[in-house]
Design a protein. Structure first.
Length: 397
């Protein structure tokens, strides 16, 4: 039930947290309050989605790369260049789907994300799937093996996507697959001298070629090895969008060696500049890293994610739609506990997280440690109030 009422008490919008004095009207959806401004934005985003769903040609698309980036900005802090590249790619992907319905073939543009741990690789995939309202399957490349070896066949990726689509084959064939730690399936001969058969490197790359390019693949509707008694289904992968991500440890050394940059007396600040690395990156570097040319060719779009600055850490902690502090504030709210945090406490959390050198995951780790302590202590349930200070954090971590 929705009611349109004027503010009479000290209320806040559940979306933008705007205060009573800043708003005129509020819409009530069960226990959530949504202000007039946010209602307009929600209707606009819904209109974008419906337009995507119903468009029959490119002229009918009102969605632009800027619209997509606007949505990504709510969840992903920084990474401006990557968000622009991905937004254009997703826009072109939808135009490609429309052209495909008109029997016009356009090559698929899968996306490879390169970045350190905690820079948002998986978050890109999750945010895009949420925006597009499409099923998303996330798989770990390290669990994949070529057929005949212990581990997951690459076809299991498609089985997982089909299950995420509630076995709606048509929906699954337009879904998104994110392959995490893609760098871990590089040819092991590049990094060691083992003469045993490579079951987690080149063999997996070869097995992935078929589904990345686009073809009909017979898959089981159940996880595990193919079995004659398991029900099978044929899925067309030509419209499935693939994203992958990895840290690519050691790739920088390959680039520097190609550029004949001496390690002795090398400027550390320059060496840590990943933007400079990406500007100098060539296909031959990724081939030398351990990707076979045919596999690399299936990833025409390569984006690098930068490490976060201190300012961006603060935005992630406080400003993102799904920030960890907002999550815990809502959890404590269920226990009718009022939560607040001081400026110095925020600065300390950021400082501790940056020292961990694991990106945004550091914020999650530090906050989990803090709130675990408070949640376990029953005294706060009696006081019904938690004020997180710098001194209180120092006692915990």
């Amino acid at each position: 039930m929705m009611l349109n009422i004027k503010f009479k008490t000290s209320l806040r919008c559940s979306f933008c947290s705007a205060k009573k004095k800043e708003l005129i009207k509020v819409f009530i959806f069960d226990s959530d309050l949504v202000c007039n401004n946010c209602i307009i934005k929600i209707l606009y985003i819904y209109k974008i989605y419906i337009n995507f769903k119903n468009a029959k040609n490119t002229q009918q698309l009102i969605v632009t790369p800027k619209n997509i980036k606007y949505y990504l900005d709510k969840y992903i802090i920084g990474q401006e260049e990557a968000k622009q590249i991905v937004s254009v790619s997703i826009y072109n992907h939808y135009k490609r789907l429309i052209l495909s319905e008109n029997k016009i073939e356009v090559n698929k543009a899968n996306i490879l994300l390169i970045g350190n741990t905690g820079t948002g690789k998986t978050l890109f995939a999750k945010s895009l799937a949420r925006f597009l309202n499409l099923p998303l399957a996330i798989v770990d490349a390290t669990s994949l093996t070529e057929a005949g070896y212990v581990g997951d066949d690459v076809e299991n990726i498609l089985t997982k996507l089909l299950q995420k689509a509630n076995f709606d084959l048509n929906l699954a064939e337009k879904g998104i697959i994110f392959i995490d730690e893609i760098d871990k399936i590089s040819k092991k001969s590049i990094h060691n001298t083992s003469i045993t058969r490579d079951v987690s490197g080149e063999g997996v790359q070869q097995a992935l070629l078929k589904i990345l390019e686009g073809s009909y693949v017979n898959i089981s509707t159940q996880f595990g090895r193919k079995h004659p008694e398991n029900p099978m289904v044929s899925i067309n992968t030509k419209d499935i969008l693939f994203l992958s991500g990895g840290t690519f440890a050691g790739l920088d050394e390959i680039v520097y060696n190609r550029l004949n940059v001496s390690k002795i007396g090398f400027n550390k600040k320059r060496k840590d500049n990943k933007k400079e690395l990406f500007d100098s990156l060539k296909s031959e570097d990724l081939i030398n890293f351990g990707f076979i040319p045919e596999f690399l060719g299936r990833w025409p779009i390569i984006c690098q994610l930068q490490n976060f600055t201190e300012k961006e850490y603060k935005e992630i902690l406080l400003s993102t739609k799904n920030s960890i502090l907002k999550q815990y504030k809502n959890l404590l709210k269920l226990d009718k506990i009022d939560f607040s945090i001081t400026k110095k406490a925020i600065e300390l959390i950021i400082k501790k997280a940056m020292k961990l050198n694991i990106g945004a995951r550091g914020l999650h780790y530090i906050c989990e440690k803090i709130f675990n302590k408070y949640t376990f202590s029953f005294e706060w349930f009696k006081k019904k109030q938690i004020k997180l200070t710098k001194k209180a954090i120092q006692k915990i971590i």
